[in-house]
Design a protein around this ligand. Structure first.
Ligand code: SF4
Length: 459
């Protein structure tokens, strides 16, 4: 009953967010940076920000998220953090020896107006960046955007400061930039791409970093992550497949303008149609036919949809999460005849509104979405039109409990469940897992509420 004061009546509210459907920019930047092998993310701001960002990642992935901080004091808060950052770069390379330091700003350093380009150059000029090592950076003020924006900005920083072009003739290799998805999804996205037999350069890649196995020994830098030499080579690839326009668009477009690598902006390959489009692009740019094994996975997914369609049909769903995930989810749910009637994201952007409009404008029922929005609004919408299922991050559990609606954890952050790190939702196999979760949720509720005479043994 934590949200029992949420009123049913909605009023226009612009200057106040209640229960945001997002987290802050640097969390996304930190997550993206952990997708580079031997990289230490560095938070340029106060210790409190860094602790919050690390703990959120650790709680979500159940893994240590390593990062350092400029540890602003009152002095640096007033006069700027240059001395702190230059000293930090020296200390980090001396003590922790990463290949890359990925610096992101925070609200405080952005408000002061710290110039990361100039500071990174100063550290280099003073000899604090050893030969072969790199400092990359991204501007991530948290009073705009969300963790998705922060992820996108750090991906852009990777392209800007690590990718190079060495040859006028493009190489027969494909770049893949995954959006803000789980390490398990990244592994699945890469597995699918590699089935086409070409060299695949994927970054960031947090698989085997934030879902690495327990070995009994602590490793500051786990074995996963994209290698810097591969990221450098991405400037020579013949195409970039950018999966999720919000999280990857600016990075992929920069690869195009700076290194003439054309990009295809695609939706996240979550669900049947979006995965089909990803596979189609891989087929086109690899020049190979779709492998038999992938066709079988697709066939199994179609079979599962066919078998279970009667349970999905007409069920109303409320969705909360990140734009790229919501676009893919909305399309998928509509394709199996479920009804996504309320859609909420905290990440601002007109593009999202346009895309959801495209997907839903011809439906015979009304779909609520305003951008950006919050979980308070979602709760009010649900009070006015109830749903059969809520799909969203951990914070949606309060609404689910208050309204007695089954819910599935999806998106970021998930603080009270496990599995997302290890089992993908992307690709055909991922879509099967998603369907299984939806079906289990709906049928558990049906079994729980069924009167004695309708309690069935067989589905
Ligand atoms: S919102 Fe700003 S001040 Fe708060 S934790 Fe994030 S970066 Fe730090």
């Amino acid at each position: 009953m934590l949200l029992r004061h949420t009123p049913q009546e909605t009023i226009e509210r612009k200057a106040l967010t209640i229960n945001p459907a997002k987290t802050c920019q640097p969390i996304g930047a930190m997550y993206a940076a952990l997708g580079i092998h031997n990289c230490l993310p560095h938070s340029h701001g106060s210790q409190g920000c860094c602790s919050y960002h690390r703990s959120t990642l650790t709680r979500h992935f159940k893994e240590p998220a390593m990062a350092s901080t400029s540890s602003f004091t009152e002095g640096s808060s007033v006069f700027g953090g240059q001395a702190n950052l230059v000293e930090a770069i020296n200390n980090i390379f001396t003590v922790y020896n990463p290949d890359v330091i990925a610096v992101h700003t925070t609200c405080l350093s952005e408000t002061i107006g710290d110039d990361l380009t100039q500071m990174a150059q100063k550290a280099k000029d003073e000899g604090y960046v050893p030969a072969g090592k790199k400092v990359i950076y991204a501007s991530t003020p948290s009073y705009v955007g969300s963790h998705v924006t922060g992820y996108a900005n750090m991906v852009r920083g990777m392209v800007d400061l690590l990718a190079v072009s060495t040859t006028a003739k493009k190489l027969d290799q494909i770049n893949v930039i995954p959006g803000f998805v789980e390490p398990s999804d990244m592994a699945e996205i890469k597995r699918i791409a590699e089935l086409f037999g070409k060299k695949v350069i994927m970054y960031p890649d947090t698989s085997n970093v934030l879902n690495s196995p327990m070995t009994g020994k602590f490793k500051m830098y786990p074995k996963g992550g994209a290698k810097t030499e591969d990221i450098a080579l991405s400037g020579d690839s013949k195409v970039t497949l950018a999966l999720g326009r919000f999280a990857t668009g600016i990075g992929a477009k920069l690869l195009d303008t700076k290194h003439k690598v054309p990009c295809e902006l695609l939706d996240l390959p979550i669900g049947l149609a979006a995965t089909d489009r990803y596979v189609e692009m891989l087929k086109k740019y690899s020049g190979q036919s779709v492998p038999e094994s992938l066709m079988e996975e697709r066939g199994q997914l179609v079979d599962m949809i066919t078998d279970m369609h009667q349970y999905f049909y007409g069920k109303k769903v409320a969705l909360a999460g990140d734009p790229d995930q919501l676009v893919a989810l909305t399309e998928f749910l509509i394709s199996i005849d479920m009804k996504p009637v309320h859609i909420v994201t905290g990440t601002p952007g007109n593009k999202f509104e346009r895309r959801i409009k495209e997907l839903t404008e011809n439906l015979p029922y009304k779909v609520n979405y305003t951008v950006p929005s919050d979980l308070f609004t979602l709760h009010q919408w649900i009070k006015n039109e109830s749903v059969d299922l809520i799909i969203g991050n951990t914070y949606t559990k309060y609404i689910a409990r208050d309204e007695d609606i089954p819910s599935i954890r999806f998106g970021f952050p998930i603080l009270d469940r496990v599995g997302h790190q290890y089992f993908p939702m992307a690709g055909y196999k991922g879509a099967m897992r998603l369907l299984e979760k939806i079906l289990t949720c709906l049928l558990d509720k049906q079994d729980k509420d069924a009167p004695e005479e309708k309690f069935e043994l067989v589905m």
